[in-house]
Design a protein around this ligand. Structure first.
Ligand SMILES: Nc1ncnc2c1ncn2[C@@H]1O[C@H](COP(=O)(O)OP(=O)(O)OP(=O)(O)O)[C@@H](O)[C@H]1O
Ligand SMILES: [Mg+2]
Length: 173
C-alpha cells in the first residue's frame, strides 16, 4: 500500500513495481482511485477536485478491485494517498492471511511536491490545486505499530530512508 500526498510519486513507483512483477512473471494488480477518478472526471466533464468529492463511490470500486485481485492470488498495490488509518483499514481488511501487508511511505518535501505538481500539470498530466494538497496534509496519520507487516520510507528520489523517519508521526510534513 502506497502512502503519499498528490505528486509524491506513487503512480511512478507503482509503474516500476508492476514492471518488475511482469519481468519476474508474478501476477500483479494495480488499484488506483486516481485512474478511476480521472476516467470519471473526463466522462462527466468535472475537474479533479469536483470528481474527488465523489470519492466514497470510487473507494467502493477500488475495494472491489482489491477483492478480485486477492481472490485471483495476485500481488496488489493500492495506489491512492492512503493518508488516514481508517481508510487504510478498509483496504487492509480485504487482504487474507498469508499476504505481506507492506506500506511504502513516500516522504517528499512540500516544495518538491509543489514543483512536481506544477511540472506535471504543465506537461498535460492531471492538475491538483496546491490548496487541496495543503488541506490533505492536515489529515495525515502515520502508519501505526501493528497496522502493517513492513513499513518502508522512501525519499523524494525513491531511495530507502533509515530511521528516524521524518513522517513517522501523525501531522505530516
Ligand atoms: N522519484 C522521482 N524523481 C523525480 N520525479 C518524480 C519521481 N517520482 C515521480 N516524479 C514526478 O513527479 C510527478 C508526480 O508523480 P506521480 O504522478 O507518480 O505522483 P502521485 O503520487 O501518483 O500523484 P497523485 O496522487 O496526484 O496521483 C510526475 O511528473 C513524475 O514524473
Ligand atoms: Mg498518481
Amino acid at each position: 500500500m502506497l502512502i503519499g500526498f498528490p505528486g509524491a510519486g506513487k503512480s511512478t513507483w507503482r509503474a516500476g513495481w508492476v514492471e518488475e512483477g511482469r519481468r519476474a512473471g508474478r501476477p500483479t494488480v494495480a488499484v488506483s482511485t486516481d485512474d478511476l477518478l480521472l476516467a470519471e472526471a473526463a466522462a462527466a466533464g468535472l475537474s479533479y477536485p469536483e470528481a474527488w468529492r465523489r470519492a466514497p463511490k470510487l473507494e467502493g470500486r477500488a475495494r472491489a478491485a482489491v477483492r478480485a485481485a486477492v481472490e485471483a492470488g495476485a500481488e496488489v498495490v493500492v495506489d491512492r494517498t492512503n493518508l488516514r488509518a481508517a481508510t487504510r483499514a478498509r483496504f487492509l481488511r480485504l487482504v487474507p492471511p498469508g499476504y505481506v501487508r507492506r506500506a511504502v511511505v513516500l516522504v517528499t518535501p512540500p516544495e518538491v511536491l509543489r514543483e512536481r505538481l506544477r511540472l506535471r500539470a504543465e506537461a498535460g498530466g492531471h492538475a491538483v490545486p496546491w490548496g487541496f494538497v495543503v488541506g490533505m496534509m492536515k489529515t495525515y496519520q502515520a502508519p501505526e505499530p501493528g497496522e502493517f507487516d513492513q513499513v518502508d520510507y522512501l525519499n523524494a528520489d525513491g531511495r530507502a530512508l533509515g530511521p528516524p523517519w521524518p513522517w513517522a508521526r501523525t501531522g505530516g510534513p
